[in-house]
Design a protein around this ligand. Structure first.
Ligand SMILES: C[S@@+](CC[C@H](N)C(=O)[O-])C[C@H]1O[C@@H](n2cnc3c(N)ncnc32)[C@H](O)[C@@H]1O
Length: 220
């Protein structure tokens, strides 16, 4: 039987919502984007780049960013953001589960608010590991499970029902740090970042900002 082509990732309503919402929250999220990318250098791959809000925060020590974005509307916005970036950014269609790049080609990889939305977390992390050089760094800023028993039960219920449908495939009850560790990365410092910092907690409030490395002495 011929292999089936993967389903296209096309969320036009979510894309339009996210483009506005992400700009409106940039005052709060921007400083975390800055911290996420501080000190990076060399060739970087950013997966699930969305409308490209990270691009303005890459330091000048980054020689090139390959930004993968599967959603057409967001990708178009990312191309515009790339034109305004201080570092060269190439926006490319593709998905985290099958990155359209060579193995061991990057010094660093970046995911922000993406592991919640990919179809297959394990496969996506295996791909991120494949494309990083040995010793290369994964930077992540992700939301996930948290808040205690009642909030976590709520997150699970949302994930099984309306949340992914409303928010472009997003899940609120995943555990990105555990998934990164299980994928064979060596975890570096991880900081809990509640978003928003003050006020009532939302199912998406339990964020982590951290680094991990592909071990230096591994093949794949
Ligand atoms: C909440 S947005 C975050 C966008 C951006 N990273 C940011 O920090 O603003 C989630 C992004 O993940 C992308 N995405 C969803 N599924 C994906 C997949 N399988 N592979 C790569 N990106 C994916 C979406 O298209 C969207 O751009």
């Amino acid at each position: 039987m011929p292999a089936r082509a993967p389903r296209e990732i096309h969320h036009p309503l979510f894309a339009r919502f996210y483009a506005r919402f992400s700009l409106a929250t940039e005052g709060t999220v921007g400083p975390h984007r800055e911290a996420l990318l501080a000190g990076l250098s060399g060739r970087v791959i950013e997966v699930g780049a969305g409308n490209g809000l990270n691009f303005a925060h890459y330091p000048g020590t980054v020689s090139e960013v390959v930004a993968i974005e599967p959603e057409r509307t967001l990708r178009r916005l990312a191309v515009n953001a790339a034109l305004r970036s201080g570092v060269p950014v190439d926006v490319v269609p593709g998905s985290a589960e099958k990155l359209p790049v060579k193995s061991e080609a990057f010094d660093a990889a970046v995911v922000s608010l993406v592991l919640c939305s990919v179809r297959d977390v394990e496969r996506s992390l295996a791909e991120l590991r494949r494309v990083l050089r040995p010793g290369g760094e994964l930077r992540f800023f992700e939301h996930g499970r948290g808040g205690g028993r009642i909030m976590e039960a709520t997150q699970q219920a949302l994930d099984r029902t309306v949340w992914p449908w409303l928010f472009g495939g997003c899940h609120v009850g995943r555990d990105p740090v555990a998934a990164i560790r299980s994928a064979g990365f060596e975890l570096g410092p991880v900081r809990r970042v509640p978003l928003p910092e003050r006020g009532p907690r939302l199912p998406t409030s339990y964020c982590v900002l951290g680094t991990a490395r592909r071990p230096a002495d591994t093949k794949r």
